[in-house]
Design a protein around this ligand. Structure first.
Ligand code: ADP
Length: 475
């Protein structure tokens, strides 16, 4: 077992041992006091019984009091054998007769005084020849109702003290031994309990910023420490995911910006390869302006998504007429539809009000409509239908375009995801239009659903919560 001064181990053990020490000390004190009290009580009871026995062994020969000889009297003999002293004293304190040891015991004056008032009296007296303590009981001897003498029984406290000393000796050995075992046991237990934490620490130290894919995987039981390790693994998984997405975002963003830059670089190279006329430069500059516009939109989109990652944006929410928003968007894409030879139609059945940021809603529907027009060939049809669906407004954007293969459908809302780039190669885009659209729908408490069949067309349906009156109808 390793005895390291690492803090929690040491502190735990210290607290544990200190607490145990206190408990043992309190327990020992109570044990000692209770035992001592019991022993003293027992001794006093013995003296009382002895005094009663001795009283029966008194001789009163015409007023002269003596104890019967030990040979003649069984009582006095047994008392003597038990180490008890019995004596009879007159009221002036003179010893008239005595039996047993401790004959030179001084007469306790308090006992004499109490006896004269017919009261028995216990006293502890120091034996003159050494420091032995003796317990003395003085009881009155009555003749015709009057106290005429004092009967004393006495016994040394040596036996009681020997027993108490023995107890002290045992405790003095047992308490430190117990504490010693507790220290070792405490350290052992603390080590056992904390060693998984050491494993977690070592494993966590091995995991650097670049290998977030690693896990602790310590296989600990489902206790506090086990849950800590699993929580740590869960946190690593989330970190790895966030880290990976950020890397992906940066990589995709750079990739997307490279295309327009490469086009511009190519055009510049061609333009500068020889001297040209003013008109020719104008054509190149027009092309480049187009690319710069595209890049501006792309950078703004990326900024938009990056901001959305930093929590909820400040929405400028107001009660908005959804039909008006849709009409505005339709106007913006009419030219695009005409250019592509696509028929555009809109059906608005109800006047529906939503609580929304108007500019963001324009962005949402513009992204969906531009997609519908981008991926629909000339001669196709794009229809916008707005209806009410319970407490939601439903806007369906339906096209007769290329459609989306089923394996791509779950991913088209991911950032920078472009379904079948070879097929849509001619159609330019960065793959973030739908990510932005979904995000806008979500921050407004809504959602986007998509149904698509390759070769037939796609329908993107946006659901947005309506502004409701108390009665539950649209305002
Ligand atoms: P992009 O800039 O590529 O249009 P989006 O995020 O808007 O990016 O769309 C992601 C992908 O989903 C597109 O690349 C395209 O493959 C597919 N898609 C989106 N809308 C349509 C649609 N109306 N018809 C067919 N495919 C679509």
């Amino acid at each position: 077992m390793k005895l390291r001064p690492s803090t929690i181990r040491a502190r735990l053990t210290l607290w544990y041992v200190a607490l145990l020490g206190l408990i043992l000390l309190a327990f020992s004190s109570i044990l000692y006091v209770t035992l001592a009290h019991g022993l003293y009580q027992q001794l006093d009871d013995g003296l009382s019984v002895a005094a009663q026995e001795a009283a029966t062994a008194l001789n009163n020969d015409n007023g002269v009091l003596t104890l019967q000889s030990p040979e003649a009297d069984v009582e006095v003999n047994t008392l003597r054998e038990r180490g008890l002293m019995v004596r009879i004293i007159d009221l002036d304190g003179h010893v008239l007769d005595s039996a047993g040891p401790l004959r030179d015991l001084p007469v306790p004056p308090a006992g004499l005084a109490a006896v004269k008032k017919q009261m028995p009296h216990f006293d502890t007296v120091v034996l003159a020849r050494d420091t032995t303590l003796v317990r003395v009981l003085s009881v009155p001897y009555l003749e015709h109702g009057k106290v005429t003498a004092v009967l004393e029984t006495a016994l040394t406290l040596s036996a009681v003290h020997a027993t108490l000393r023995q107890l002290m000796f045992i405790l003095a050995f047992v308490i430190p031994a117990t504490l010693g075992v507790a220290i070792l046991g405490g350290l052992f237990l603390a080590n056992r309990a904390l060693s998984p934490i050491d494993r977690i620490t070592r494993a966590a130290q091995r995991i650097g910023a670049n290998d977030l894919g690693q896990r602790l995987n310590l296989g600990l039981p489902d206790d506090e420490v086990g849950r800590l390790a699993r929580t740590f693994d869960g946190m690593l998984a989330r970190l790895e995911d966030a880290f990976r997405r950020q890397q992906q975002f940066t990589a995709d963003a750079s990739h997307e910006l490279r295309t327009p830059l490469a086009i511009m670089k190519g055009e510049l190279g061609v333009a500068l390869s020889r001297n040209r006329k003013g008109d020719e430069y104008r054509v190149v500059l027009d092309d480049m302006e187009e690319e710069v516009d595209r890049m501006t939109v792309l950078v703004e989109d990326m900024l938009f998504l990056a901001r959305s990652d930093n929590g909820m944006p400040a929405l400028e929410v107001e009660v908005t007429d959804l039909a008006a928003v849709l009409r505005g968007v339709m106007e913006q894409v009419t030219a695009m539809a005409d250019q592509g030879g696509i028929r555009l139609s809109m059906e608005v059945h109800d006047e529906l009000l939503v609580e929304a940021d108007g500019a963001k809603l324009v962005r949402l529907f513009l992204n969906l409509l531009e997609n519908a027009l981008k991926y629909t060939a000339s001669g196709g049809h794009v229809a916008v239908r707005m209806t009410r669906c319970g407490e939601m407004a439903r806007v369906a954007i339906e096209d007769t375009g290329a459609g989306i293969p089923a394996n791509h459908l779950p991913h088209i809302f991911d950032r920078f995801y472009r379904a079948d780039p070879a097929r849509s190669g001619a159609v330019r885009g960065a793959g973030i239009g739908l990510a932005i659209a979904r995000w806008i729908a979500q921050v407004h408490g809504g959602r986007i659903e998509v149904v698509s069949e390759p070769g037939v067309g796609s329908t993107f349906t946006v659901y947005l919560p309506l502004v409701l009156t108390v009665g539950g109808t649209g305002v």
